[in-house]
Design a protein around this ligand. Structure first.
Ligand code: HEC
Length: 337
């Protein structure tokens, strides 16, 4: 009896380890949506561009994926197949040979077709967001939900690097991991600053002057630099114009106005802007990683897309059947009453 209890506890242990993600951070919700075809398409492109150098999806064929995601063969060939030998009917296999993978990364590179099923979508989402700088590792990064992972942070130039934040020290060791903090250099050169402003305003995926205004206002008010009323007074005239201004023009004028009004110094404004940039970058990265997770979830169970459709047909069928059965019952019981 005792032995069987011990055995069952041991058998369950990996389940608990998996459920907790193996790390000390709770998993973030991936909030995936398989009905969002555009997200699935973006995810597929990210996968081919950033992951397929190492990972395969060996149970998924290019043309099947194209069909499911609403892409025709020309699009599949153009956007997903980069060498002449590969045909649309081939499985999505990485060109990296398994023995090379083992040699370079010290471990077999897993096929990712089923990864969202043996882990979970939330796990994969959190994993891709949880790389942090750790100089003791071969690639200079570690991962909070997959400690000592052999994978480099391949999306580092989309996310930026982050460092781990730990709870209060417990004796010699630091406390458990609590979260991350982006690593940002406080000393941007003028060129870097200009590039950052440009990226922020022009490339941050359609930030309008109005949105920029709203975000800056929130930031200033939150940081107690100025009250909402003061802000509104200073930029009253600007807001009227904001429809006709580009976000970049708006930024320049707003900065001048705030500095002139002595509400905050140019440095303070720039620091705030940098925080804003970090914030927007994080939002953009979230979307990218969600698209990837969405796509991998689809790849793990392509029939899920069909099943939803099938479910609707089944319900319709049952509805019709119910009506027929009801009419039949009425017919039978007519003579009894
Ligand atoms: C340079 C090669 C390389 C690239 C590119 C790469 N990975 Fe990895 N990945 C690895 C290796 C190696 C491992 C195995 C790590 C281990 O077992 O320690 C891994 C593991 C993983 C795992 C964990 C699988 C498990 O065992 O649970 C996931 C998820 C993953 N990668 C996703 C991705 C995604 C998504 C991308 C693209 C954004 C990507 N990888 C790009 C090398 C790579």
């Amino acid at each position: 009896m005792k032995r069987s209890i011990i055995t069952s506890v041991l058998l369950l242990a990996p389940v608990f380890a998996l459920a907790s993600g193996g790390g000390s951070l709770p998993l973030e919700e991936a909030d995936i949506d398989l009905a969002d075809k555009e997200s699935l398409q973006r995810g597929a492109e990210y996968f081919v561009d950033h992951c397929m150098g190492c990972h395969s999806l060996k149970y998924m064929r290019y043309n099947r994926m194209g069909e499911d995601l609403g892409l025709d063969e020309v699009q599949v060939r153009q956007n997903f197949i980069f060498d002449k030998e590969t045909k649309p009917g081939d499985p999505m296999v990485s060109t990296m040979r398994p023995e090379d993978g083992e040699k370079w990364f010290g471990t077999a590179i897993p096929d990712l077709t089923l990864v969202t099923r043996w882990r979970s979508p939330d796990w994969v989402f959190t994993y891709l967001k949880s790389f942090y700088v750790d100089e003791s590792r071969p690639y200079g990064v570690n991962n909070a939900v997959f400690p000592d992972v052999g994978m480099p942070h391949v999306l580092a130039n989309h996310q930026g690097l982050q460092k781990a934040v730990y709870a209060e020290a417990e004796g010699e060791h630091h406390g458990p991991l609590q979260g991350f903090e982006p690593i940002k250099s406080d000393s941007l050169s003028p060129e870097e600053y200009d590039r950052m402003v440009h990226d922020l305003l022009v490339q941050s995926d359609s930030l309008s002057a109005k949105e920029y205004d709203r975000i800056v206002r929130d930031l200033l008010v939150q940081s107690d630099s100025l009250s909402a009323e003061e802000y509104d007074r200073i930029v009253r005239d600007l807001s009227v114009q904001s429809d006709s201004l580009s976000a970049e023009e708006y930024h320049r004028m707003l900065r001048d106005l705030l500095v002139q009004s002595d509400s905050l110094s140019a440095e303070e404004y720039d620091r705030m802007l940098r925080d804003l940039w970090v914030h927007l970058l994080a939002k953009k990265y979230d979307r990218m990683v969600r698209d990837l997770t969405n796509f991998l979830t689809y790849a793990g169970e392509p029939v899920k897309l069909e099943r939803r459709q099938l479910g609707i047909y089944v319900l319709l069928f049952l509805g019709v059947l119910f009506v027929l059965a009801y009419l039949l019952k009425k017919e039978y019981w007519k003579d009894v009453h």
